[in-house]
Design a protein around this ligand. Structure first.
Ligand code: FES
Length: 239
């Protein structure tokens, strides 16, 4: 099967040099070789100084998100065969500071994520056993629940680049996730938070965040929040 060519955008802020592509050849020895396998081959056999993140190696932790052949993808979840080419170009996530090579500074992303209280805020005292939810109410969450905080949507959004305070698509999707949750008791506060100057209205409908490796749809969540906000303004209430 020959070799796979990895063109990787490398950058070390401490080196004094600008970013530049470096090319590596990785033997294509097994059909199910993933991009992450290739990166591990490079770091183990060719250049131990290459920096990237990974943890679960199964599409769950979100740490290996990067820009691969023009799309945001999870390196562990991307088989070379699926790319239909043996030449691969990899860049780190955009709109965030590069710490080294494919590792980016996620601090601002996490700050905004924490700001929206990404956990259930119960609206009633703890029940004896568990907070039950009807099947119908649980199904309401299907379209928002699989976020793995990989920051692909955040990195793709041009507004996060121009407005540092904008909380961004991942945090807005998380607001939508809990606003849809029948067990959550903080709907009003959540929806009011999304109404702030750096919330849902800051989104310019570019739809660049429609790039989720887990196939979630942040623009749909933002539109859902905006509809709730309009209803609140027009009807003067939020249930
Ligand atoms: S290593 Fe966890 S999602 Fe890829």
């Amino acid at each position: 099967m020959g070799d796979v060519i990895f063109n990787i955008l490398r950058y070390d802020p401490d080196s004094g040099k600008g970013p530049q592509f470096e090319t590596f050849r990785v033997p294509y020895e097994k059909k199910d070789l993933t991009v992450l396998d290739g990166l591990f081959y490079i770091v183990e056999k060719l250049d131990g100084s290459l920096a990237f993140r990974s943890s679960c190696r199964s599409g769950v932790c979100g740490s290996c998100a990067m820009h691969i052949n023009g799309k945001h993808r999870l390196a562990c979840n991307t088989q070379i065969a699926s790319l239909r080419t043996q030449e691969i170009t990899i860049r780190p996530l955009a709109h965030v500071e590069v710490e080294k090579d494919l590792c980016v500074d996620m601090d601002l992303f996490w700050e905004k994520y924490e700001l929206v209280r990404p956990y259930l805020v119960p609206g009633s005292p703890p029940p004896e056993k568990e907070r039950v939810q009807s099947q119908e109410d649980r199904e309401e969450l299907n379209v928002v629940i699989d976020c793995i905080q990989c920051a692909s949507c955040y990195s793709a959004c041009p507004v996060t680049l121009t407005s540092e305070e904008y909380i961004g698509p991942a945090a807005l999707l998380k607001i939508d996730r809990f606003v849809r949750d029948s067990r959550d008791g903080a709907h009003i506060q959540r929806i009011e938070q999304a109404d702030g100057p750096y919330g849902a209205w800051r989104c310019h409908n570019v739809f660049a965040c429609q790039c989720c490796p887990k196939e979630l749809d942040p623009p749909r969540s933002i539109a859902h929040i905006k509809r709730r906000l309009l209803r609140k303004r027009l009807l003067g209430g939020e249930k």
